[in-house]
Design a protein around this ligand. Structure first.
Ligand code: PRP
Ligand code: URA
Length: 222
């Protein structure tokens, strides 16, 4: 990122479809997650828990269908989610977040998508794709803890759109202003849910202050 101008936080705070968590429990867990002393097992557990909190926020606008049930006392009109839900974890760091989503939404399809960022060029390369042939969902959530340059997220949404998914949300733990702006410009029709908006990318394309490498910290591969 050397020599590439980056927007500041204030420049992206007003982007129309960006939702930044304001929940105190999230802020508490984010501090534990960022701490370099947090061991891998706890880090993975925190990613899952943060995934569940983000799932709660990102599903607030889902459509419902009426459903009649009997309580032990009488009949009542209840609700069920209208239409299927897909979760696309961007491998490998998205796996923990997807697990957190599954704790909240049990009846989901998981569509694995492998994208690896080339650490020299910072370009994302697709290496695995388990998207089904038949697509019949009300929404698909692409989940990845880090939105850095935005390359991986933009490619993931391109791949989902090419499959014919009508409604997509991107969910991440930490975003850099640069990647957030790039993703919003490339895909202005998606909602973006994030736990924290950080300051900038360093010369190596890492988010600062960030949390380091989200994949390595979840899976202990240092
Ligand atoms: C990380 C992260 C994102 C990507 C973000 O994955 O999980 O997928 O980098 O960077 P970008 O916004 O600049 O594209 P990485 O490629 O390191 O793979 P991993 O999940 O296997 O660790
Ligand atoms: N990927 C990560 O895991 N961390 C960053 O800070 C940027 C990309």
């Amino acid at each position: 990122m050397q020599g590439i101008p980056q927007p500041g936080r204030t420049e992206v705070l007003q982007l129309p479809r960006v939702h930044i968590s304001r929940h105190p429990v999230m802020a508490h867990k984010m501090t534990l997650l960022r701490n370099k002393e947090t061991p891998a097992a706890q880090f993975y557990r925190l990613v899952k828990e943060i995934g569940s909190l983000l799932a709660y926020e990102a599903t607030a606008g889902l459509a419902l269908r009426e459903k009649t049930i009997e309580t032990p006392l009488e009949q009542m009109q209840g609700y069920k989610l209208a239409g299927g839900i897909g979760i696309t974890p961007i491998l490998r760091a998205g796996l923990g977040l997807a697990e957190g989503f599954r704790e909240v939404l049990h009846d989901v399809q998981i569509w694995h998508l492998g994208l690896r960022r080339d650490e020299r060029t910072l370009q994302a390369l697709e290496y695995y794709n388990q998207l089904p042939h038949k697509v019949d969902l009300q929404i698909c959530y692409a989940v990845d803890p880090m939105l850095a340059t935005g390359g991986s997220a933009i490619d993931a949404v391109n791949i989902l759109k090419a499959k014919g998914i009508q409604r997509i949300s991107f969910v991440c733990i930490i975003a850099a202003p640069y990647g957030l702006l790039k993703l919003s410009e490339a895909h202005p029709d998606i909602d973006i849910y994030i736990a924290a908006l950080d300051e900038r990318l360093n010369d190596q394309g890492y988010i600062v202050p960030g949390l380091g490498d989200a994949g390595d910290r979840q899976f202990g591969t240092f």
